[in-house]
Design a protein around this ligand. Structure first.
Ligand SMILES: [Zn+2]
Length: 334
């Protein structure tokens, strides 16, 4: 999970290393590369996992975590696009086949980043990374800078936002008065999602911690990430592209020629990752429907539930052409 949020980093204490013996040096190096959670930290993580498990989008991810024995460890994660990186899922090819989520050791000194007010931010962060690990297992690891990677990140980011919404709906997520800036950014992403699906435009006053993002002021940022009017499962594509520096042309890749075996392999991953995103979005919209959460535009006006003009917030998920009830680009309310 990379994030476009800025905060000042504290200096991280670096453990002393003895190089008196090769084996010790190797052992110490591996410790530097990643570190296990402390006992108290494990309890904190368990709280985040429990919180995640209480959401309909998060439950299957927690089942995955338990079934696959996903390990959560600390690691010093480098900046990406000059922005801090809260956590990363280790591609199994780089982790001896193991499934590992790294939390950024740089944040360890102030673990309350993950705890402030309640475990919402931790739950959302874990969900993002678990979504990656599940996609790696089911689909494979997309190459860097490909459409597959864009959809992988879009799935991770959208999953976090869906979970935030589910937690906020039962008052588990902190309300705006007590939230921290990390949570506020996720709430902003949900507001952007609602906006592009017909809700009201996010206003700077409602997000006092978010002064600017990705080098843009609040309104310029909103214009930039919503300019292309993407909807439904693609609602957050603008956010993800700006945060991760993806070219928007990756959204609709051209299918490679039949002799381009490597290209076709990556194209196949893109198709499956896009489907994975569509399925998770369909689950989210089912949750909204089951909880009577109306479409954004009917919330934004003063009509009551009899509002005949309000769009039904449903994707028509039974209408998929492939029999799976899925359409990767379905739109909310249409
Ligand atoms: Zn990610």
């Amino acid at each position: 999970m990379r994030n476009s949020l800025r905060y000042s980093a504290f200096p991280i204490p670096v453990p002393e290393i003895s190089f008196s013996d090769d084996n010790v040096a190797i052992y110490e190096k591996s410790k530097l590369e990643s570190l296990p959670l402390g006992l108290e930290e494990q309890k904190i993580i368990n709280r985040g996992v429990e919180t995640l498990s209480a959401t309909s989008t998060g439950k299957p991810l927690v089942d995955f975590l338990k079934k696959e024995g996903v390990e959560i460890r600390w690691k010093n994660l480098s900046l990406i696009n000059s922005e801090p990186n809260y956590a990363e899922a280790c591609p199994p090819s780089e982790c001896s086949g193991k499934k590992v989520v790294y939390l950024n050791n740089m944040n360890r000194a102030y673990i309350d980043l993950f705890l402030d007010a309640n475990p919402t931010f931790l739950a959302v962060t874990l969900a993002h990374e678990l979504s990656h690990l599940a996609d790696f297992k089911n689909i494979g690891e997309p190459k860097k800078g490909t459409s597959g990677e864009l959809y992988l990140e879009l799935n991770g980011c959208s999953t976090g936002v869906y979970i935030y919404h589910q937690l906020a709906n039962v008052h588990i997520a902190p309300n705006p008065k007590v939230e921290n800036k990390d949570i506020q950014l996720i709430r902003l992403h949900l507001a952007i999602r609602d906006y592009v699906n017909g809700g009201k435009r996010p206003m700077a006053n409602d997000f006092p911690f978010i002064k600017g993002l990705s080098g843009l002021g609040f309104d310029d940022y909103i214009n930039k990430v919503t300019g292309q009017q993407r909807k439904g499962s693609m609602s957050l594509a603008g956010v993800v592209e700006l945060t991760y520096n993806f070219d928007d042309r990756l959204e609709n890749p051209v299918k490679p020629a039949s002799y381009d075996y490597a290209g076709l392999q990556e194209y196949g991953k893109y198709e499956k990752l896009s489907k994975s995103l569509g399925l998770r979005t369909a689950d989210y919209l089912h949750w909204k429907e089951a909880n009577n959460i109306s479409a954004p535009n009917s919330q934004s006006d003063d009509n009551d539930s009899s509002d005949p003009g309000g769009y039904q917030d449903g994707p028509g998920v039974d209408g998929g052409g492939d029999g799976s009830g899925y359409d990767p680009h379905f739109q909310d309310g249409i």
